[in-house]
Write a protein of this length. Structure first.
Length: 148
């Protein structure tokens, strides 16, 4: 007679929650609202100080609200953009320097306060982003917002 197995399967991480443009999506101490995405600019900045995309810049217009009990730092580096093939694109921290309202490199938000910002991705020309994954920190589970 076989002994009963004491092997316990490791807990599986729950897949991130999905929402859409204009809908609140919470992860940890942050609530995010994606207001829109603009893909098509090949240069950011002015005539003297600027940067050029390898492909095109996709600029995600985002509102971040601290729903926690203490200050929390937001970083666009914790965001990832995805296309229909599942390819993952990281945020372009250099390009953010050249965009006036991209205060996302490291911004502390106090409880109840919100930050209107933009996160920038350099993607191949013609690529259509289908979702963005947002995190309140590098260690959080994240939340996915559908962009199409």
């Amino acid at each position: 007679m076989a002994e009963p197995s004491n092997d316990v399967a490791p807990p599986q991480a729950a897949p991130p929650t999905r929402t859409g443009i204009g809908q609140p999506a919470a992860d940890g101490d942050f609530s995010f609202v994606v207001n829109g995405v603009d893909c098509g600019r090949t240069q950011l900045g002015d005539q003297y100080l600027n940067t050029k995309a390898q492909g095109v810049f996709c600029i995600v217009d985002l509102a971040v609200t601290n729903i926690g009990d203490g200050p929390q730092s937001f970083s666009g580096e914790n965001c990832s953009l995805f296309n229909a093939e599942g390819q993952k694109f990281s945020a372009d921290s250099e390009a953010a320097i050249y965009l006036e309202d991209a205060e996302w490199l490291y911004e502390e938000i106090n409880p109840g306060n919100s930050l209107a910002t933009k996160v920038i991705f350099d993607v191949p020309a013609g690529m259509t982003p289908v979702s963005i994954e947002l995190h309140d920190s590098v260690f959080s589970g994240g939340v996915i917002v559908n962009l199409v």
